[in-house]
Design a protein around this ligand. Structure first.
Ligand code: FES
Ligand SMILES: [Fe+2]
Length: 379
């Protein structure tokens, strides 16, 4: 095990996480077995399984999982494996018209994971057998929770309930606890980053790089208009006090979230909910970003933009949505070079985790402190 005590030191004397946390396959395995397994990590979005019967497979921590929308509209997550001979059940996102049916011998499970049919299990045309009691072989459930349309799982099963684990952030953004509307492909952006997932979190948490990496954004949202956000429950980020909603030449705006306090007239916040979700809120739209590690040096980044009112996802706002998506695509694309450059930098054996600015890097240090704590648990 790495000695991470110095990472936990006060920011003035701390180093950042050492190179191994970014480039070592063993560390990556340890991280999956501790940090990711023990926390509430994100695996997908509710909008991808919007209607009852929609299913989407995903592999997380090496485990094939299946996200399912049941008939009551709730999200279930199961291990994507048949209880009979272990066949993968679903291999692509789809709308099911009936039960989850195994392609091998057609055992079928309902949308809540209960085993319902076992054709010929007792011999030809005998669909039951006393040794296969259906109630004993449901799909293996994965503990899950949906918040702000993000599907979280706690694979280890021992984390506090999501509402307790994330209570501080849920309270902070209580005003935004409103329906979110997603318009489809015009509001989705994907990147594949050649870097460790943590570098994407770290870069998201800080405003320090704004003048250098995002000159256009910085022209109206300057360094001095930002403040740091850190919370011991496991999040960090930044806020701005000069958010300006998009206004078209003919004066149109997106509908706003309802009954917001004046803080949000010009306020917006960008918070990483550890480990792998990046969230943003503004008075007229929000976004959620899912970081899925694909090995220690590669990360898939999925950005989904949501609006405050059903009208905003209609044809009348298509032009404004396109502008908004393009604006965010530009900003996030500007970040790719630095997160990938930092990954390459972590092959330099002389790098010792680095030296923080005690003022500007506080959210990054906060994240490193959290990571070091999460990694220090025995797998
Ligand atoms: S492996 Fe699924 S029905 Fe046999
Ligand atoms: Fe950035």
């Amino acid at each position: 095990m790495l000695d991470l005590r110095n990472v936990m030191s006060p920011i003035e004397t701390a180093n950042g996480l050492p190179n191994d946390c970014y480039v070592s396959g063993d560390m990556f395995d340890h991280e999956q077995a501790t940090l990711f397994r023990n926390s509430w990590a994100a695996i997908g979005f509710g909008k991808d399984i919007a209607r009852p019967g929609m299913v989407k497979p995903v592999t997380f921590l090496g485990i094939p999982m299946l996200m399912v929308r049941n008939n009551k509209g709730e999200v279930n997550v199961f291990q994507n494996v048949c209880r009979h001979r272990g066949m993968i059940l679903i291999d692509r996102p789809q709308q099911l018209r009936g039960p989850i049916t195994c392609p091998y011998h057609a055992w079928a499970y309902d949308l809540d994971g209960e085993l319902r049919r076992t054709p010929h299990v007792g011999g030809p045309d005998i669909n039951e057998h006393e040794s296969v009691k259906h109630c004993d072989f449901p799909l293996v459930n994965v503990r899950s929770h949906v918040w702000r349309d993000v599907i979280f799982v706690n694979v280890g099963g021992t984390a506090p309930a999501f509402e307790d684990a994330a209570s501080t952030l849920m309270e902070r953004w209580q005003e935004f606890d409103q329906p979110l509307y997603h318009a489809g492909t015009d509001s989705s952006i994907s990147f594949t980053l050649d870097c460790n997932w943590k570098l994407a979190v770290e870069n998201y948490c800080e405003a320090y790089h704004l003048p250098f990496v995002h000159p256009a954004l910085n022209s109206y949202s300057r360094l001095e208009d930002h403040y740091n956000i850190m919370d011991a429950s496991g999040f960090a980020g930044q806020g701005t006090t000069v958010y300006q909603p998009q206004i078209t030449a003919d004066g149109r705006r997106f509908p706003q979230f309802k009954d917001l306090s004046s803080q949000w007239d010009k306020g917006a916040e960008y918070i990483a909910l550890f480990p792998n979700v990046l969230l943003g809120v503004h008075n007229d739209h929000a976004f959620a970003i899912l970081l899925l590690p694909d090995g220690q040096g590669r990360t898939s980044e999925q950005v989904e933009i949501y609006y405050a009112d059903e009208a905003a996802i209609g044809e009348d706002f298509a032009d404004m949505r396109a502008t908004n998506t393009e604006m965010w695509r530009t900003v996030f694309a500007e970040d790719v070079g630095v997160v990938e450059g930092m990954q390459r930098g972590r092959k330099a054996s002389g790098y010792d985790g680095g030296k923080f600015s005690a003022v500007m890097d506080a959210p990054t240090h906060h994240f490193h402190h959290w990571v070091a704590g999460a990694l220090s648990v025995e797998a």
